[in-house]
Design a binder for this molecule. Structure first.
Ligand SMILES: Cc1ncc(COP(=O)(O)O)c(C=O)c1O
Length: 374
């Protein structure tokens, strides 16, 4: 079976450097918030051009830390797309607030900023206070952060960018991490910048917000660990993971370029048979997924045909959040979520990683064409 995401190939490339980095941590034994964590936070901030990075235990916690730091909770509404990974809305419910779902754009899969005003209206009618919007840079592609800022600023919403899949991508030549008021990312191993376990970070230019999040990730500590000034959580990035990420960050730009080459080859070879992903001018993608759309109920047959040839596929996401058992009682914005419903029935993702060589990719392309071209 061809790997869907080849973490082994990257491990081969970085093996010695990562082993040495982990050995250094094993040498000094500062496993929590050791020097590598601080160093990695500074490197990540420099990489994306932001002022502050607060690492934590996962991408989910990164979102929670930002919402908690803003004091968002019961009675508040947070607007988010329905077509996303569940964590985007899960964190809203976890802090006691109410997610209000809006639709996405069919071409980019990202939040349709035109839906934000209608979601604010629905929230207000339900007696909720609209406080924030969580755009998602889905599948690695930067969302339309200018349109989102325009819509959100008019409503005085806190913008928390969920860049768990898109970190490393750019919008108007600026890396994600500098849009909105805060950006959350995930270092889950399968992510474009992943570690060897769970990990995450919040990125912001707001020093006060960063300070509160540093306190929150350490049980709400004040002047020291046994001074508790707020209710927090235990959410740190392990020092070993920070050491691993520092090595991975060094090759991240090279890997992003390689992913982009793979994506371009897919699009050139497949755009006449399926709807290939579009990357609007001024935006870039880190291709967390290469997701095509296959209409007329041919998707499942395509997955079966590819599997028979040893080619894995995945469907992100088969059920939009507004239809999930855990989320279906939450409100939907005025514009509805028809595009999310349609995409859930059409999307299918092909193997994508920086180490997908051309002969293997050609096998995948040929198999897709064989399955779809009569
Ligand atoms: C869009 C999105 N948001 C949030 C998360 C949560 O990240 P983590 O798995 O590190 O908690 C993910 C991870 O899969 C994601 O894809």
């Amino acid at each position: 079976m061809i790997p869907f995401i080849d973490v082994v190939a990257q491990r081969r490339r970085l093996g010695g450097a990562i082993d040495a980095a982990v050995a250094r941590v094993l040498g000094h034994c500062q496993f929590m918030l050791g020097p590598e964590v601080k160093a990695f936070e500074a490197e990540l901030a420099a990489f994306c051009g932001a002022k502050h990075v607060v690492t934590c235990a996962s991408g989910t916690d990164a979102l929670v830390l930002a919402l908690r730091a803003k004091g968002i909770g019961p009675g508040d509404a947070v607007i988010c797309p329905s077509f996303t990974f569940c964590a985007t809305a899960e964190v809203v419910a976890l802090v006691g607030a109410t997610p209000v779902f809006v639709d996405v754009d069919a071409a980019t899969f990202n939040i349709d900023a035109k839906g934000i005003a209608g979601a604010v209206a629905v929230a207000k009618r339900a007696g909720l206070t609209p406080k924030a919007v969580i755009p998602v840079d889905l599948f690695g592609l930067a969302a339309d952060h200018v349109a989102i800022a325009d819509a959100a600023n008019g409503e005085d919403l806190f913008i928390l960018d969920d860049a768990a899949q898109g970190f490393g991508a750019t919008f108007n030549n600026r890396r994600l991490g500098t849009f909105g008021h805060a950006t959350a990312t995930s270092f889950f191993p399968a992510k474009p910048l992943g570690c060897y376990g769970d990990g995450g970070a919040v990125i912001t230019d707001d020093g006060d917000l960063a300070e509160i999040m540093r306190s929150l990730r350490m049980h709400g500590q004040g002047s020291d660990r046994y001074d508790n000034v707020r209710i927090g959580l235990a959410s740190r990035l392990d020092t070993i993971q920070a050491a691993i990420l520092t090595e991975k960050l060094k090759i991240f730009p090279d890997e992003i370029a390689a992913r982009d080459r793979v994506a371009r080859r897919y699009s050139e070879a497949l755009s006449d048979v399926v709807t290939t992903p579009s990357v609007p001018a001024g935006m870039s993608s880190v291709w967390a997924q290469y997701t095509i759309r296959v209409s007329d109920n041919r998707r499942d047959a395509l997955a079966v045909a590819l599997k028979a040839e040893g080619i894995p596929t995945a469907i992100y996401y088969p059920i939009p959040l507004h239809r999930q058992q855990a989320y279906k009682h939450y409100p939907v914005g005025e514009g509805g979520v028809a595009v999310s419903d349609r995409l859930a029935g059409e999307v299918i993702s092909l193997p994508m990683h920086a180490y997908l060589d051309e002969p293997t990719q050609d096998r995948i392309i040929a198999a897709v064409r064989r399955a779809l071209v009569p």
